[in-house]
Structure formats: structure tokens, C-alpha cells
Design a protein around this ligand. Sequence first.
Ligand SMILES: [Zn+2]
Length: 472
Amino acid sequence: METSIESETQAQQAWKLRESYRGPSLHDSLLKNEFATVEHQQDALNRNLRRMLEHCYDAVPYYRDRFQQAGVSRRQLRDPASLQRLPILEKEDVEKQFEGLRAQSLMSNQRALGSTRSSGTTGQPTLVLQTDASIGMFRWLKQRELRWYRYNPLAAMLSIRPSIELPRLPDGNLLQNENYLKVKSWPYLGGLFETGEAWAFNNTNSIKDQVKLLEKIKSQYLLMQSAGLEYLSMQSISEDAISILEGVHAISQTLTPIMRSQIEASLQVPVHQNYGLNEIGMVASRCTEGGRYHVHSEHCLVEIIDSAGNPCRAGEYGKLLVTSLTNSAMPLLRYDADDMAEALEGPCPCGRTLASFGAIQGRYRRIAQLPEGSFERWAAIQLTLYKLAAENKSAVSKYQAYQNQEGDFQLRIDCDEEIFSKITQQVEQDFKLAVDEPDCPDLEVVRTNEFHGEQGRKFQNFISEFIPDMDR
Ligand SMILES: [Zn+2]
């Protein structure tokens, strides 16, 4: 399926800038860019990259030193390949080299605008200084992706996520469980565009209460963490609420292909995803037509490299590096996002010419260290649960698979008592058959409503002792 500049322009009509909005508007130029020739895209990218590299050479001590160590002169920065002469920038470097990475001056058309924080490697948050350009891009890129998803901006949106990520109450406090918050416009976009109402609800509310709210407000769009959507897909939801739902957005956590299939089949709508980092902002959004992540190349550049540091060939998975093109206050170049993604080449079936990559395989450290067969076994557990949940809607509220240091598994599951022995029997059987090996790790199935990391933003439906540190 293909889209075109004409159909995107048509879809753009639904988005009306607020009359009160006085700032610059980027949405139409972003649209045009999506269908520019590949050569035009490359030229624009090279120009923006060169500008950033020269800025780093002139104003950012950390990079000036690195270029000098690599023997790269300022003149050589005209060659876009000079980016690859820089070492990879790790999260630890950003923490340790804060002063060196801080620009001594900004690009002429930018001004400093606050900072972003993400969880650090030592318990302290990683701080990245930002500019009006780097922060300001987020809203325009958000609108771009919602246009790609064909969201109707005047419809209602429900967000179910950790309270810290939801709009604050009028008194400035965090939203408490068992209460919802209704606001007049969509988060982030309400200041720019006319939008419908938005509703907010904590993801620590019980899954039953989440279903109740969805049935009550009947929103067209739903935004949730991937695992939350997975649990929701196992519940009995009224036909009314399902038929009104038009799209769901899975955020924050790994969404495996089988989770996607389960959610799409059960909620009968497409699951949308983007890829972003607190340190950089919105990096890429997944197009519905081709299933690829298109890089927002007006904002950043993505490389996917193998373990030797060379660019991956199409179809290979490698480390994902992101280079910011809009943050002159504290530029992150070749930043290791700690994720693995599939390199792709050639045009996307959707017709957009923005650079793209394929599936994201979760946090790099998570994948690289797991014993062989771990993912197959986790998938077997999931598929069995989905099957049983389809036959017994709402019988399973939540689950979590846990792998200990010996490689053995525990499945923690919050389910109705009547179905527990059936689940145990079926899961044990399918777990054994998941991998064709004589030595199968143990699996223990426990009925409980206590889960690891439950209250935090770091909750995962699969955790393993082989993973040294949890996701941010
Ligand atoms: Zn595409």
C-alpha cells in the first residue's frame, strides 16, 4: 500500500493550527520533505550534518579533542563520512563529560531551552542541555506521525501510563489511582492545533478499572505501554468500545511481533509505534503501510553498525546510533541508544523517501546476554496465554515471565483460580516443546498479584537475571 504527497496533503487538512498560535509552523514543510527525491534528502542531510560537525569542532571541547585525536581537520568536515571518524558516545560518556560536551556557544538561530533527563547508569539521571530547536521539534514530529497514522485530531484520546508521565492535576499534584483526569486538548499538540479531548489514567489502576474507563469514555485512540496493551487485549471489552476504537499507540517497552498480532487481533485496530530517546527526542516513527521506522532526518541521523563498527547490510541487526542535528547546546553525536535494530535499504512500500530501518529488537544489553532459546520459550508462554485468554476473556489480568541466573523460568500470573491449573498444565507442556533440545530449563508457574518492578516505570513483562540493568 502506498501513500503520496496528495493523500498526505489531504490528511493534513484535518489539522487546523490554533488561531492563537503565533510561532513558526513546520508541518507543511515536513510533509513536503517526506516525498523529496532521495538525492534531495541526502543533500539536505549532508548540509545539516556539516553544520553540526563544524559547530562541534568550533564550540564543543569534547568533539574538538576527538577530531584532533583522529587527525580530522575542520576542512575535512565537508565530507559527511568524517562523522564516522568519531568514537561512539556512550551514556557513561555523557555523564562523565558533561562540561566537555556543553557547547561554549550556540548556533546563531538557536537559544538555550532547559534540559532533559533520563535514568543514568549510576542512579543519577543523565542530564542533556537542549535548545528551542531541539525541544521544539517534538510537537511537529508528533503531529507528523499522527498524520501518518491517520488520526482524526478532533477525536478523543485516552492515555494510560505512569502518573509521572501524565498531565498534572490543576493543583500541580500527580493523578492518583481510581481517578481519571479529563483535559480539553491532546497532550503536546493542544497548544498548536485544534484537538479533541484527552483523558488520563494511571497504569497502576487494576486492569479491570482500565477496561471500565475505556468502556465509559469510548475514546477513538488509546496510548499505553506495550505490556499494558497486551494485558488489555486479554480482557473482555464491550463491543461498543471496541468498535469506536480506531488506533492504539504502544510506547516505552519492547513490543514483539507476537504481542503486536495479539493486540491487533483482539482490539481490531492497528498498533502504532515510534522510537524516541529522552536525550534526543523523537527519532523515528513507524509507517503503517510498510512497517518501517522512518527517521525524522530534519532532526537526527541514524546509523546501524555491527560489532566491528561497520555499517550493517540490509537485513542485518546491529547497534543503533543516533546523531542529533538540532541541539547545538549539548550535541550528542553517534550516541549509543543501547538498542538493536534491523538495517534496511531501498524504498519503503509506503512511498516516503525518508531513511528507514526495520524492527527494533529491544535493548541491546537485553538481547546480547540471554541464553539461547530464551526468547523462543518466552514466546511459547505468551502464545499459550493468549490462546487461553481468548477462550476465557478477563480470566488473566497480568503476567510476568522471570528468568533466573540458572536460566530457569518462573511465570507469575494473576488469574482466576478456576483457570490456574489449566494454565499451568498447558504452559508447561508448550514450554517444553518450544525449543528442540534435550535439556529444558525448569518452569515454575505461580499464581500471584505481586510482580517485580510493579510500581515503577521500568515494569517489564519479561525480565531476566542475565540482563545486567533494566531499561530506562
Ligand atoms: Zn514507509
